[in-house]
Write a protein that binds this ligand. Sequence first.
Ligand SMILES: Nc1nc2c(ncn2[C@@H]2O[C@H](COP(=O)(O)OP(=O)(O)OP(=O)(O)O)[C@@H](O)[C@H]2O)c(=O)[nH]1
Ligand SMILES: [Mg+2]
Length: 397
Amino acid sequence: MAEAAPPAENREGSAGVPGASAPGGGGGVPGAAAGDRPVCLLVLGMAGSGKTTFVQRLTAHLHSHTCPPYVINLDPAVHSVPFPANIDIRDTVNYKQVMQQYGLGPNGGIVTALNLFATRFDQVMQFLEKKQQNHRFVLIDTPGQIEVFTWSASGTIITEALASSFPCVVLYVMDTSRSVSPVTFMSNMLYACSILYKTKLPFIVVMNKTDIIDHRFAVDWMQDFEVFQDALNQETSYVSNLTRSMSLVLDQFYADLRVVGVSAVTGSGLDELLVQVEDAAAEYDRDYRPEYERLRRELAEARCQKQNEQLERLQKDLGEVDMRSNTHSEDVSGPSDLIMTRGNHDDQEDEEDSDTDDIDHSVTEDSKEDVSFGTFLKERREVIEARGRRSAPPPDP
Ligand SMILES: Nc1nc2c(ncn2[C@@H]2O[C@H](COP(=O)(O)OP(=O)(O)OP(=O)(O)O)[C@@H](O)[C@H]2O)c(=O)[nH]1
Ligand SMILES: [Mg+2]
């Protein structure tokens, strides 16, 4: 099994000054008060929507604004990571080995690799805690198969761990060029809606690939039901009736939704995105943080209670040992004394053992050999003398 290795350190270190520019000022990175916790941006989206390219572009954009992000790659199957990742899941888990070892297909391999990584996520949290002063943003790229992350236990563990310690925002990357059909657009929005409910975090729809097609048509569809109906009327597909009803259902979802058009290739729209991110982070602090703090308190209380129970059990067990040992020794006064005494005793034994290590064993062995050889010679001589006495002719009478 691939073992966890320490994640790579950020080569750029803390070169970036968090919140160096004024909020939204000069088209730069929105500012943040010193000491603010970084905002975690969880990048999710369908396969091929452009998540990795987007993370790469946003990383470069933030670097150019002297606000380098902390970047994490959670896609174990990606061939090469085109951005400087501070933590890369591939350093911890070998996806191909996992597939071989467990006889899994590609998706099962990704799920298992992510599960294995989730067991080490406390270490990632420690790194983030240590580096939080140096970064305003933490970017997290996720596997191509979106359901692997959003519907797996490990995805939930990772999301909750992040969201209970840092402001967290979901960036749902969508391929705008492949959503020009009202039915496809609708399906994509339903998926986005399901993720919003699953993650329970502030949400931004990032309409990517706007260099191919302007995303305004989609915004119009979301803002004006009539426009969407007009587009739908041109569809002859049998699902159009269902789509019509569904779009009515999604009306409320659209009303509160943040939407930004970007191009991961040209970098357009990223400044507007960062303004929306700050807004979403403020929403996290206002509406989501109390809920996550409650969750964290509950977890801490449950852990504390479990520890107390274990301690009580241990004290009970040691108490029995203590009573028995008192019958033999007056010195032992309690369970902790028992542990301490035993520890010291072992130490003494160890010391005694180590004293003998100073003896030159070769000398001892040599002297023993000399003695036994001398004894052997003496015995041999006695045997030969006895034999000689027996074979000698009897003395003359
Ligand atoms: N024209 C254009 N192409 C883009 C843009 N963003 C990504 N692409 C292309 O879309 C394809 C998929 O991009 P990726 O970044 O690998 O997408 P992904 O979502 O990370 O893919 P998986 O991790 O495999 O799901 C690549 O060929 C990119 O070059 C964009 O803004 N404009
Ligand atoms: Mg990718």
